[in-house]
Design a protein around this ligand. Structure first.
Ligand code: C2O
Length: 551
């Protein structure tokens, strides 16, 4: 294993990824941020410098387990206080027991939407077999894009009586580029638009195989990805290798990743569109400037393919005839079979989590998770409260009742807006969470610090008999080789049963990755390994972020 150093410098300025000029944020002067790459087992030391004028920032390593380093998970108010403007903070963790396609982003309010995102790729010898299936790889960050700063949209969203109408994107981007038709904005719109916007181009040699690593780094929209004239073979979902699965269209919701192989076996006489079509069944496009299909170009090198840009209807690059198939949910998880079979251990604990939005006249547009609306703690973190509370309880010889989670259950003591549950008293527990949506939208739920198995999904009543007979005790014929990942879409008014092994001491959030929803409070927390958490030493520089600067 090696130690790899990276520097990420956060700045603000003006940018025009699609031609429309706006205030945005940059990492090392770029958007998207640089690739961070490591081998499994390596140590990553990432120095994040905040050169914003006012705002704090954090960095979250989406999908990284952070086993033993919960304080470097980057979650504002949960695992750390923000890095104040003008300061640096060093993240220092090992990438153990995992490899594949990940990403990093600010986890401070809706800040990542303004540009603080980048890819994180972990390699491992276990990929040797799958490595035979492709010749090269390409990273594809796909995301929706707004022409206003995120806090402006957040202000519009979190107003009374808004009936959970999320801000509708103005465009989408692929690796930070897309075309936008400036004439859609009239001169008095207030937007400056440069007419030279263009597409990302992937130049590939004919008859080669490319592993496209897709990452949805957006705010809100799910996309269906497709390449004209080419079939994709899916081989990875959120760091889990799966048996190759052919698709024309691949749905990807916010926070999710897929790897899929494309073979350049078509005519070299033209270019081909990569289409990322927003799945608009789940929201109304009341935005006249939005073209819901975001595009990039695949160009065969050495081909006679000078036709650019491609006109829609160019008869050499043709959208697949099959209809857009997905309505607000993931590919059926049973279609993605992990190449390494891993039967989940039997569950030792069960939680049901219901969520909904407060709607109706004069109600703020806030989310409720089992009755609570998350707001990040200020000036402290749930991690600090938990560690110090446990340490104090142990020191006073008490039973720990003061800490609120010596007995497993809903944890108190973190303020009224925190739904925090304890998952273990004294050992590693295996936790089932039944997530129940009482909302009409689709919600990509992400669990920090763990992968989970997707054991059941459905709508309507939950089959308790089946649960107690087969699912909870892990009958291998039933739970078998279920898909493992870290972000799944909960369909409208539907539910999903996930299972994870709570072997990772700390405070871990489960939240909807739609940035608007997280800021509306659609987030809850798990306390894991309370038996060892109180003995863990939070580094002084992490605690220091929560102290006001000396005056
Ligand atoms: Cu991409 Cu809470 O994370």
């Amino acid at each position: 294993p090696r130690t790899r150093h990276y520097d990420l410098v956060i700045t603000e300025g003006q940018g025009w990824p699609d031609g429309v000029v706006r205030d945005m944020l940059f990492i090392n002067g770029k958007f998207p941020g640089p690739l961070i790459e490591a081998n499994r087992g390596d140590r990553l030391i990432v120095n994040v410098t905040n050169l914003l004028r006012e705002n704090s920032t954090t960095m979250h390593w989406h999908g990284q387990y952070q086993n033993g380093t919960n304080w470097f998970d980057g979650t504002t108010g949960v695992t750390q206080c923000g890095i104040p403007a003008g300061q640096s903070f060093i993240y220092n963790f090992t990438v153990d027991n995992q490899f594949g396609t990940y990403w990093y982003h600010s986890h401070y309010s809706t800040q990542y939407l303004d540009g603080i995102v980048g890819p994180l790729i972990i390699h491992a010898p276990e990929e040797a077999a799958v490595r035979q299936l492709y010749d090269q790889d390409r990273i594809v960050l796909v995301q929706d894009w707004y022409h206003d700063f995120s806090t402006v949209n957040l202000g519009r969203y979190l107003v009374p009586d808004n009936e959970n109408s999320e801000p509708v994107p103005d465009n989408g981007l692929i690796n930070g580029w897309n075309y936008f038709n400036c004439s859609l904005y009239d001169p008095d719109s207030g937007y400056t638009c440069y007419d030279n916007s263009t597409y990302t181009v992937f130049t590939l040699d004919p008859n080669t195989r490319t592993r496209f690593r897709f990452i949805n780094t957006g705010a809100f929209a799910e996309f269906e990805l497709s390449f004209d004239n080419h079939t994709l073979s899916v081989i990875e979902a959120d760091g889990t290798l799966v048996n190759p699965h052919p698709v024309h269209r691949l749905p990807i919701h916010v926070g999710q990743r897929y790897s899929a192989i494309l073979t350049t076996n078509q005519s070299t006489a033209t270019n081909y569109w990569l289409r990322a079509a927003m799945v608009t069944f789940c929201f109304t496009i009341d935005n006249a400037v939005l073209d819901p299909t975001t595009r990039a170009v695949v160009s065969y090198s050495g081909g006679n393919n000078t036709v650019f840009p491609l006109a829609e209807g160019d008869n050499a690059s043709v959208d697949w005839a099959d209809a857009y198939g997905v309505k607000c949910h993931d590919l059926d998880p049973s279609e993605l079979v992990p190449s390494e079979r891993m039967v989940p251990p039997a569950a030792t604990r069960f939680w049901r989590v219901d969520f909904s939005f407060g709607i109706g006249a004069y109600q703020m547009d806030y989310a409720k998770v089992n009755g609570t609306t998350w707001k990040p703690l200020e000036g402290t973190t749930t991690l600090i409260e938990a560690v110090d509370g446990l340490a104090m309880a142990a020191g006073s010889g008490g039973s720990g009742s003061g800490s609120g989670f010596a007995t497993s259950g809903v944890v108190s003591g973190f303020g009224e807006n925190q739904f925090v549950v304890g998952v273990s008293n004294a050992s590693v527990e295996v936790v089932d969470v039944l997530i129940y949506s009482l909302d009409e939208g689709a919600h990509p739920f992400h669990l920090h610090g763990h992968d989970f198995w997707i054991l059941l999904t459905g709508s309507g009543p939950f089959d308790w008999a089946n649960y107690y007979q087969n699912i909870m005790p892990s009958n291998p014929d039933v739970v078998g080789n279920a898909l493992r990942r870290d972000t799944l879409t909960i369909a409208p008014y539907a539910w999903a049963l996930i299972r994870f092994v709570a072997d990772n001491p700390g405070l871990w959030v489960l939240h909807c990755h739609i940035a608007w929803h997280m800021e509306a409070g659609l987030l809850m927390q798990f306390v894991s390994r309370a038996d060892v958490l109180g003995k863990m030493q939070i580094p002084e520089d992490v605690r220091g972020l929560c102290r006001p600067p000396p005056s």
